[in-house]
Design a protein around this ligand. Structure first.
Ligand code: ZN
Length: 347
């Protein structure tokens, strides 16, 4: 990313932001929309602009659409994919059975019906001069969130999705998006497969992109199933250790990881030498708002392992299930903490 136009420690959110109560049900991961048709389209547009303004007002350096136009970070993409049966959803244990979800089934060769995110990407681009980041689900995470009744092979199906993601990513780049980020929480669940074919599928999805490419790998939203899961992971979360070396060798330029309030040993960031590192300095599993001092402290810790010009303070994950008030306060803390870090660490 051209850092010359950026301050030190440029700030960004991982991706999603809470949906306003007039757009969808609040504090839910799979919220029902509050309207339909043109009215819904307008409400999505209004919410997108609201969050761009809120991110700018907070002082973030990289902004996004807050995923206001999609119901869920995976299924928002799938809605434009042909070959998926949404009518007959099946119950499936996802993320290695951490939770059950009703998921659609792949029943035929996959093909894009057309553009997926043109509306919100072009709208966002037209209304901000800041660096614009746009998120897509990664191939491995998609494969882990649909049932396969056609391909019979996870890797084959992942590469089929990767081709479709690549089509949309290239179109988003043409829309003027500066950073395309693929979300791969599944990398923290299937570590060996992630290092083996997950990263390769990701590179397929990013093929030919000249804009900045990123991957977000987290321990999930701050929902109870994830809080319970994290309690089984022990005192040291070393999942990143398996996949970071493969990512370091890959063409993906930025990696987003959890840090604050996690049990991830911060020295694992060393494994990402040569990459921009989006360091999670905001906990999305707690409504307690970080102080700027706490944010600056986390940046200070990360600075022991990440080059200053490669450090991007970020949230641990998306903020979708949080209250709007808390999310706004956390954006503010993120920007103020980065400002404090610039003073403290002489950037
Ligand atoms: Zn996440």
């Amino acid at each position: 990313m051209p850092q010359s136009t950026m301050p030190a420690f440029p700030t960004a959110v991982a991706g999603s932001l809470p949906k306003p109560a007039w757009l969808a049900e609040t504090q839910k991961l799979w919220p029902q929309w509050k309207s339909q048709g043109d009215e819904l389209r307008q409400a999505k547009a209004d919410a997108t602009l609201l969050w761009i303004k809120a991110q700018e007002d907070a002082g973030l350096d990289i902004v996004g659409d807050g995923e206001q136009a999609r119901q869920h970070f995976v299924h928002g993409f799938l809605e434009q994919v042909e070959g998926i049966d949404f009518e007959n959803k099946v119950k499936m244990g996802i993320r290695n059975n951490r939770y059950n979800a009703m998921v659609p089934q792949v029943v035929a060769p996959l093909r894009l019906r057309g553009r997926v995110h043109a509306f919100e990407a072009q709208l966002a681009r037209a209304h901000t001069k800041k660096k614009l980041k746009f998120t897509l689900p990664g191939p491995m995470t998609i494969v882990d969130t649909v049932a396969d009744s056609f391909y019979g092979d996870r890797v084959k199906m992942a590469f089929a999705f990767a081709e479709l993601l690549n089509q949309e990513a290239l179109a988003l780049q043409a829309d003027g998006v500066d950073i395309i980020q693929f979300d791969e929480p599944a990398f923290n669940v299937y570590m060996a497969e992630a290092a083996d074919w997950g990263v390769r599928a990701l590179e397929r999805a990013a093929r030919g992109l000249a804009c900045t490419t990123a991957v977000h790998i987290c321990y999930g939203y701050g929902i109870q199933a994830n809080v319970d899961w994290k309690q089984t992971l022990g005192d040291e979360w070393r999942q990143y250790e398996a996949v970071f070396p493969a990512l370091a060798r890959s063409s993906i330029q930025q990696v987003s990881l959890e840090c604050f309030h996690s049990h991830v040993p911060p020295d694992l960031m060393r494994l990402l030498d040569g990459k921009d590192v989006m360091v999670g300095v905001i906990d999305v599993a707690s409504d307690v708002v970080e102080t700027p001092e706490q944010v600056a402290d986390t940046i200070g810790t990360a600075l022991q392992f990440v080059a200053r010009e490669r450090l991007i303070p970020c949230t641990n994950c998306g903020l979708a299930p949080m209250s709007r008030e808390v999310a706004l306060a956390k954006l503010d803390a993120l920007a103020k903490g980065a400002a404090l870090a610039r003073q403290r660490y002489g950037a």
